[in-house]
Design a protein around this ligand. Structure first.
Ligand code: SIN
Length: 287
C-alpha cells in the first residue's frame, strides 16, 4: 500500500490514506505521520475500523495518554471518552464552542484523537482554526503586544459551580461532572511556540480563556475579544466532514476546534483519546 498525504489547499489539514492503523506503524511510517502532523496540524485517516484497543494503541504511539477531567470515561477504559448524543437529545452538542482541549491544565494535551463510530447523515462537522496563521496575520505591533502577555485559563465557564453544564436542564447522555475543581486558574503565554516546528501561535479561546494577567477584566477582554474573532475567521478555518471509521487527529498547540451541530434527530457517537503535552513555552518580551 502506498501512503499518501493530501493537504488542504491552505496546507492546514490533510487526509492520509494507504495506512492500516489497526496495527502499530513501522518506525519510518510513524515518523512520516509525525512529520505530516507537524506540517498540517489536522490529519484525517478515512477507512480505519478501529476497536477500543486499536485506538489506544494508535494513541500511545504519539506519547502517554492525557488526563481527561470532568467527563466520565467508558467503563474499564479510563482514557477513552465516548462523545455520544442521542437522536432525541435537545441539549447543545458537546464541544460547540471554539477551544483547544483542556488548555486550563498545566500541561495541556498535545493532541486529540477522535474516531467516528456513528455519524449522522447531516451536520456534525468539526471545524478547526489555524492559530499560527492567525498569529502571523496580525499586525507586527499587535503581535509584539501579544508576545508579552500571559493569558488566564480555567474550566469554570463550562464546568464550574455555576458553569454552563451545572445549569443545564435538558437531558444529556454524556456524564459531565461539574464543581469546585473547575474553578482553578492556570496561566499560559498568550503566544506559544510549537515545540516541534518552532512556529508561534495564538493560545486562547472563548471557552477556556478568562482574562489577561495583570489587566482588568475589560482590558483583557478588549484584547481577547479581538483575538477570539480574528483566530476563527473563515480564512483560517478547515472543515472536517465525517464518515464512519474515520480517525481524526489534531494538534491542540496550534489549533482551535468547534463541534458543529445540525444533526438533531440523529445519533452521533465518537471515541476520543488525548496525548499528553508539555509545558506551554512562550516568546520573550520584545523578541
Ligand atoms: C470535541 O472534542 O471538542 C468534540 C469534537 C467533535 O465532536 O466533533
Amino acid at each position: 500500500m502506498t501512503t499518501t498525504v493530501l493537504p488542504a489547499a491552505s496546507g492546514f489539514g490533510a487526509v492520509v490514506t494507504g495506512l492500516d492503523l489497526s496495527r502499530p506503524l513501522p518506525a519510518a511510517t510513524l515518523a512520516a505521520v509525525k512529520a505530516a502532523f507537524a506540517a498540517h496540524a489536522v490529519l484525517s485517516f478515512p477507512g480505519q475500523p478501529l476497536d477500543l484497543d486499536g485506538q489506544e494503541t494508535f494513541t500511545r504511539q504519539f506519547g502517554d495518554f492525557g488526563e481527561d477531567p470532568f467527563i466520565k470515561p467508558l467503563p474499564g477504559r479510563p482514557h477513552i471518552l465516548e462523545l455520544r448524543r442521542a437522536a432525541d437529545e435537545t441539549a447543545p452538542n458537546f464541544g460547540a464552542g471554539w477551544h483547544s482541549d483542556w488548555s486550563f491544565q498545566p500541561h495541556p494535551p498535545a493532541a486529540t484523537i477522535l474516531h467516528g463510530k456513528i455519524i449522522p447523515p447531516v451536520g456534525g462537522d468539526t471545524l478547526f482554526a489555524d492559530c499560527a496563521a492567525a498569529y502571523e496575520a496580525l499586525s507586527p505591533a499587535f503581535r509584539r503586544l501579544c508576545d508579552g502577555l500571559t493569558a488566564l485559563h480555567s474550566a469554570r465557564l463550562p464546568y464550574g459551580r455555576d458553569g454552563v453544564y451545572a445549569n443545564e436542564t435538558a437531558r444529556r447522555t454524556m456524564e459531565i461532572v461539574t464543581g469546585e475543581a473547575a474553578e482553578a486558574v492556570q496561566a499560559h503565554p498568550l503566544v506559544r511556540i510549537h515545540p516541534v516546528t518552532g512556529r508561534r501561535a495564538l493560545y486562547c479561546s472563548p471557552v477556556y480563556t478568562i482574562g489577561i494577567d495583570g489587566m482588568s477584566r475589560d482590558e483583557g477582554y478588549a484584547i481577547l475579544g479581538h483575538l477570539f474573532r480574528h483566530a476563527v475567521e473563515a480564512r483560517f478555518q478547515f472543515r472536517h466532514r465525517w464518515a464512519p471509521d474515520t480517525l481524526l487527529m489534531w494538534d491542540n498547540r496550534v489549533t482551535l476546534h468547534f463541534a458543529e451541530g445540525g444533526y438533531d434527530g440523529h445519533l452521533r457517537v465518537m471515541h476520543r483519546t488525548t496525548v499528553a503535552g508539555e509545558a506551554v513555552i512562550g516568546t520573550d518580551l520584545g523578541e
